[in-house]
Design a binder for this molecule. Sequence first.
Ligand SMILES: Nc1ncnc2c1ncn2[C@@H]1O[C@H](COP(=O)(O)OP(=O)(O)OP(=O)(O)O)[C@@H](O)[C@H]1O
Ligand SMILES: [Mg+2]
Length: 312
Amino acid sequence: MNAAGKRLLRLEGESVGRPVGELLPDPELASLLRPSLEGERELALRRGENELRVRSLPLPELDGGRGRLLIVEDVSGLRRSERQRAELIANVSHELRTPATAIAGYAETLLEDAGRLDPEVARMVEVIHRNARRLTELFDDLLYLSRIDGQDGPLPLSPVAVAAVVGECLDKASAAVAEKELTVQTFGLEGVRVLAHREALGHIVGNLVENAVKYSHRGGVVTVGARRRDGGVRVEVIDVGIGISPEHHERIFERFYRVDKGRARAAGGTGLGLAIVARLCEKMGARLSLRSQLGSGSVFRVWLPEAAPAPD
Ligand SMILES: Nc1ncnc2c1ncn2[C@@H]1O[C@H](COP(=O)(O)OP(=O)(O)OP(=O)(O)O)[C@@H](O)[C@H]1O
Ligand SMILES: [Mg+2]
């Protein structure tokens, strides 16, 4: 172990020749050197004020293939600037949201009496209203993302009935569904419970349903369902809309990334929806995947551990 390693882990004395368990009193840390371990592992640790990231890599050249290398990094500065960034975004969004809400509110009031307005003026007020609404939605999404970013550690999980969450999301989307004359189908939801964070799962499914509706053709079909897979449950949101060509699949979960800027702008929205979905899945330990081809619709899947059935 080099001097920096000792300093960061706060170890005293000579390390060579001492048993790992004695040298690294933290059992979680010592477990990173277990010879039976496979592949790479990572651990977040606190040492007083310092936040450490410890990585364990296989080192097959050593000890007849059982060798391991620990890399210890002080990530306190990085985490601090991440928190500052999240705080700044939260403050700015909050400050800007208030005036945007006022503008949207007054425009809405004017539109209630649109008949009394000059048609040209009514059209302008309508544009003001639509854009002010878009701003408040953008600030809401930014605020929500920075709240998740600012939260340390994973989200607490408890049993959640999938059917209830999906039902709420479909209710919220019902106006847009009717407007586009879409058919909604569900499968496999009855009695299925997953280990999740209730509110986060609502945001995830809500965003995916909103997209499925938004990127469907008029008269299309949106399907939401659940399948048991690998000891867990895969919640699927399926549409037969415009689809996404594979070269976008990786970037689509980035903040503000949108496939077709022109079309996306016409459809409203900001490109934060899937970033929120991805971040929440990460925070819940849920696996997120996408299958889609341009022109043949999309399937977004979220895999979660299954919870025991509800007692009768
Ligand atoms: N079901 C889908 N079918 C086709 N394209 C999709 C689908 N879902 C997402 N996309 C593409 O991915 C982009 C990013 O989606 P995301 O939900 O992050 O943003 P958005 O829907 O444009 O805006 P918002 O922030 O309101 O959700 C979209 O602009 C669209 O190009
Ligand atoms: Mg969206």
